[in-house]
Design a protein around this ligand. Sequence first.
Ligand SMILES: NC(=O)c1ccc[n+]([C@@H]2O[C@H](COP(=O)([O-])OP(=O)(O)OC[C@H]3O[C@@H](n4cnc5c(N)ncnc54)[C@H](OP(=O)(O)O)[C@@H]3O)[C@@H](O)[C@H]2O)c1
Length: 384
Amino acid sequence: MTKRISIIGSTGSIGTQALDIIRNRNSGKDSPDFEVVALSAGRNLERLIDQIKEFRPQYISILNKEDQDTIKELFPEINILKNIEEIAAISKIDIFLSAVVGITGLKANLIALQHAKRVAVANKETLVSAKHLVREYSQKYKSELIPVDSEHVAIHQCLSDHSQSEIHEILLTSSGGPFRTLDKEDLKNVTLQQALKHPKWSMGPKITIDSSTLMNKGLEVIEVNSLFDIDYDQIQVVIHPQSIVHSAVTFVDGNTIAQMSMPDMKVPIQYAIDYPKRYPIELEERFNIFSMGSLDFEFPDTNKFPALNLAYAAGRQGHSFPTALNSVNEAAVALFLEEKIQYLDIAKIIESELNQHKLIKDPCVNTILEIDKEIKERQYFQYK
Ligand SMILES: NC(=O)c1ccc[n+]([C@@H]2O[C@H](COP(=O)([O-])OP(=O)(O)OC[C@H]3O[C@@H](n4cnc5c(N)ncnc54)[C@H](OP(=O)(O)O)[C@@H]3O)[C@@H](O)[C@H]2O)c1
């Protein structure tokens, strides 16, 4: 049966890879596996136009008015919606893939949980900032929430039907990023270009910087807690430079189950779309155990990468702290991407903001967005 899919952030790294999967799966079939109902872009008009020509969605959204007008002229039959929230409200959607970056996806994800059968979330910032709301909406509207992040897809597979009480520990792996082997002193001189070169994964700029500071892993620790309700004391981050084991679960009976695959996001994206079924996939390189060589596992160096501990602390404090952590991180990474601050300032800014943050219990959507706005404006004006 053809599945109806909507993708927000279709022009980004996750979005384009999802469309690669859809193209391959639909190819040569009279009755395609997927119908692309809606696509959305931020600013990449050219890529969105190519995607519209190829996938013929009924609905699109794009940020700028001029871009909307251009699309209306080129494709008069298409419905141009105001924003990603309107895309999320389209009815009869089997899969809503949330592939936008940042807290900008929050409202759309919550709306999608009310309308789509399955919400596949790559947009980890929402899971970090609004765990209680995501859970509440998913339960209330009986929408299936499924991760796209490779580590969480690994944990999802390892957990299978096991309950929380059967879990001893989650081993959340990380490549260690591009600066794993540098001395702390050398991190002072890291440039934007160096930080944007990830050794294993090709991703959007924000998550690439997060991976280099280990904040990405910190956000993922909170994401594990958010998705699987696992206590922070049961989540151990493991540095695994080869990025073959994407995470593992140790159960109370002494069994540890790990998931392995090549470091290629198409594998977890397809899992999130197809679960519980499995279909053939086209990959550049397939997993071959005989060519793996040795696999290494190390403790993370939190002295060198303090962002990881800041994330654990914010996660443990809960309530509005993960929101504040995410917002100040988004602000600091944006400043670093604009070359307004040095690499090591990212963690310093996060720590200073969290030290000032006053906890707000169970923040609602508007409070989360107010906290986000206030933090981002403060950081922006301080460094502009
Ligand atoms: N990339 C990966 O391998 C990977 C792995 C695991 C998790 N994730 C998570 O997946 C999410 C997306 O990451 P990515 O690497 O794909 O990012 P990306 O390449 O930067 O793509 C982000 C997407 O969001 C769109 N966008 C940005 N701001 C927007 C706004 N205000 N309104 C509407 N759309 C907006 C962008 O549009 P334009 O490009 O048109 O401006 C683009 O389509 C992030 O949360 C990330 O942490 C990514």
